[in-house]
Design a protein around this ligand. Structure first.
Ligand SMILES: C[S@@+](CC[C@H](N)C(=O)[O-])C[C@H]1O[C@@H](n2cnc3c(N)ncnc32)[C@H](O)[C@@H]1O
Length: 210
């Protein structure tokens, strides 16, 4: 199922809440199944692989690029992967407006755009304010897994998490080949280094609500 919004709409936030929130909200308490959020899911190779392996888990893929999501939706439909839901839009908004607190069991952020130039660092996804939002949407003990090929961004990510009071580090996921993302497959093919890290949400923290 894919949820899409017109990004030029003046009442975009209202539309997000009205069209998406009830759907996702409706999924969660009914069966208490784990919920995995894949931020920047791209073409969704990993999402599909994992949805096949864990049919009783809900997977939500979020991405800015509608064309990637449309292709992913078609393939997932053909494969009968009805535990995948896709949301077209920006990650902060998906978290803030589409998911209730304490909802996400696991969040994956694989190969987020690294924005390597210093003047572009402000565009990076992983910031303290992003982690504040994520904290409130993860279940206590919920995990975040990240991977990047950019050593500078890896350092930025690990330092941002280290400074944050609500997370502690844990062993990162190593996915089997059929569950790896398109970028992971690409970088493995080029023998490029991949940097991984993972964190768990502490049960209680001094982190303020966003
Ligand atoms: C480098 S690609 C990685 C795709 C996939 N995770 C993989 O490993 O193959 C980054 C993806 O994140 C998406 N993206 C970038 N910024 C985003 C944001 N703020 N919110 C949602 N998606 C975002 C891009 O559209 C792109 O599909």
């Amino acid at each position: 199922m894919m949820h899409s919004v017109t990004r030029t709409s003046a009442d975009r936030k209202t539309a997000l809440v009205e069209t998406v929130f009830p759907v996702i909200e409706g999924l969660l308490p009914a069966d208490g199944r784990p919920l995995v959020l894949d931020i920047g899911c791209g073409k969704g190779r990993s999402l599909r692989g994992r949805a096949k392996a864990y049919p009783h888990t809900w997977f939500i893929g979020v991405d800015l690029m509608i064309s990637r999501l449309q292709r992913l939706a078609k393939r997932a439909g053909r494969e009968g992967l009805f535990n995948i839901h896709l949301w077209h839009g920006e990650a902060h908004e998906a978290l803030m407006f589409c998911l209730p607190p304490d909802a996400i069991t696991e969040c994956t952020i694989f190969f987020p755009d690294p924005w390597p130039k210093r003047r572009h660092h402000r565009r990076r996804l992983i910031t303290t304010s992003f982690l504040n939002i994520l904290y409130h949407k993860l279940i206590p003990g919920g995990r975040v897994d990240l991977a990047t090929d950019d050593a500078g961004y890896y350092q930025w990510i690990t330092q941002t998490f280290l400074r944050h009071p609500a997370f502690h580090s844990c062993a990162p996921l190593i996915l089997p080949p059929e569950q790896q993302t398109d970028f992971e497959v690409l970088f493995n093919g080029k023998n490029r280094a991949i940097y991984r890290c993972a964190y768990r949400r502490k049960a209680v923290s001094s982190c303020k609500a966003s």
